[in-house]
Design a protein around this ligand. Structure first.
Ligand SMILES: NC(=O)c1ccc[n+]([C@@H]2O[C@H](COP(=O)([O-])OP(=O)(O)OC[C@H]3O[C@@H](n4cnc5c(N)ncnc54)[C@H](OP(=O)(O)O)[C@@H]3O)[C@@H](O)[C@H]2O)c1
Length: 274
């Protein structure tokens, strides 16, 4: 059956490759990016593979919660169904000594872009996902996950890009676990994954903080495509995958109090910004 799938950060890397695969299979794919010219180039490329009606571009800089809100409004205005939300957009670590950066809302940048934007987008699009059930939320996290220190979640002390990236990735996994609990019985599942280690994407190739690429974007795309299209009765909900295999995330992902704490923090930060 033809599905409607939103992939954030599908103007490059993993998101773009999976978008290409899905349109080739005849699905409707909502492309998202932060640069309209780059978005148009992706739409032009994909238009050679599918009917123009099967692709649409949405622009939003995820470092602004107001733009995330607008993105959700644009999608709700344009679509009557959404089968899959893939929170894939992300930024990677730069160098060991890179300075802490703030989002447009004054939040630590990795937390804001890699995690909080996806949390907010899922919250705003949940009525549409529920009315389209069976539906899926998929968070593209990473094996480079570390526990969040709730005494300093914005990393105002002892800042490092790698720590910031890694805690944002665990936050995505905690969000997935929390969603899976909240959505039990709703027909909307939530799963997260580490797509592949050091794929040959811009994030890795541009970074001097990461070792050389070791896998291809195709390998990560196989893993993400599995969560988007794979058999729901096998995948279930609340899972964390390392590639194609179900894996154990960091212990913090199983701590109910931590899930609650992250949810409260997220809601507080969103209400302060919007
Ligand atoms: N590469 C790896 O080995 C690896 C390993 C584990 C997990 N992951 C995860 O996989 C996901 C995809 O990464 P990738 O390797 O495909 O990276 P990528 O090639 O750099 O693509 C990242 C995508 O996110 C978009 N993006 C970044 N910041 C944004 C912002 N502020 N607002 C809106 N869009 C934004 C980018 O837009 P632009 O095109 O404008 O930059 C691009 O479309 C990320 O969540 C990453 O953490 C990657």
């Amino acid at each position: 059956m033809m599905k409607t799938i939103l992939i954030t950060g599908s103007t490059d890397g993993l998101g773009k490759e999976v978008a290409r695969r899905l349109v080739t299979q005849g699905h409707k794919v909502l492309i998202h990016g932060r640069n309209p010219e780059k978005g148009q180039l992706v739409i032009n490329e994909l238009a050679k593979l599918t009917d123009q009606a099967n692709i649409e571009y949405f622009n939003a800089d995820l470092s602004s919660l107001a733009e995330v809100k607008k993105l959700s409004k644009d999608i709700l205005a344009s679509r009557s169904r959404l089968d899959v939300l893939v929170n894939n957009a992300g930024i990677g670590p730069r160098t060991k000594d890179s300075p802490r950066q703030l989002s447009k809302d004054g939040l630590e940048m990795f937390f804001a872009v890699n995690y909080l934007a996806g949390y907010f987008l899922a919250r705003e699009l949940m009525p549409l996902l529920k009315s389209s059930a069976p539906a899926r939320v998929i968070n593209v996290a990473s094996i480079a996950q570390v526990a969040i220190n709730f005494d300093d979640p914005m990393l105002e002390n002892n800042y490092g890009d790698y720590q910031a990236y890694s805690q944002s990735k665990l936050a995505q996994i905690l969000h997935t676990m929390d969603l899976a609990q909240q959505l039990a019985g709703s027909g909307v599942s939530a799963n997260s994954l580490h797509p592949a280690t050091l794929m040959n994407t811009k994030m890795v190739l541009d970074s001097s903080a990461l070792p050389d690429s070791r896998t291809t974007v195709e390998e990560g795309a196989d893993a993400l495509e599995n969560l988007i299209m794979g058999d729901a009765s096998v995948l279930l909900s609340g899972g964390y995958y390392d590639g194609l295999t179900k894996a154990q995330p960091d212990a913090q992902a199983f701590d109910k109090q931590t899930l609650q704490e992250l949810q409260e923090l997220s809601e507080k930060l969103i209400s302060q910004a919007i």
